[in-house]
Design a protein around this ligand. Structure first.
Ligand code: ZN
Length: 152
């Protein structure tokens, strides 16, 4: 049975993508580029929240699936169900599993079978292809912002 849900596909022309993405985002998402190791500030991102597609905004990864792989790229052991698709990538004389957004087909990175439990998968993502939205912060210090700040 076909389990593929009908998705809101995001289709844009190349000029439209160029207009909405930064050059680095365009290079990664639309041209299957790879950012330099350690380049993304999302490597250090430890807050709770959601990592969405930098192209179309579809939520792809939850912060609780993020872990420190030491690879120099943001790494996750699971994606949100149905949010990513894979294809076989035989470039550079290697056979790897390429990962892209299921909605806009933007290239995100690769997935390798050497991740931690419970999935054993390592989604090795380009930070440039992701947009982090903090949310569900742990309730500790950030509690005492006394209501209205900045509205006068
Ligand atoms: Zn997308």
């Amino acid at each position: 049975m076909d389990t593929k849900a009908v998705k809101a596909h995001v289709e844009r022309s190349e000029p439209e993508w160029r207009a909405t993405l930064s050059p680095e985002q365009f290079r990664v998402l639309r041209e299957h580029g790879t950012e330099p190791r350690g380049a993304s500030p999302l490597n250090q991102e430890k807050r709770n929240g959601t990592f969405a597609c930098g192209g179309c905004g579809q939520p792809l990864f939850d912060s609780n699936a993020k872990y420190e792989s030491g690879s120099g790229w943001p790494s996750f052991w699971a994606s949100r169900e149905g949010s990513v698709e894979t294809s076989t990538d035989r470039s550079y004389g290697m056979t790897r599993v390429e990962v892209h957004c299921s909605a806009c087909h933007g290239h995100l990175g690769h997935v390798f079978p050497d991740g931690p439990a419970p999935t054993g998968m390592r989604y090795c993502m380009n930070g440039a292809a992701l947009a982090f939205a903090p949310g569900g912060e742990p309730r500790s210090q950030a509690e005492d912002t006394e209501g209205t700040s900045g509205s006068r």
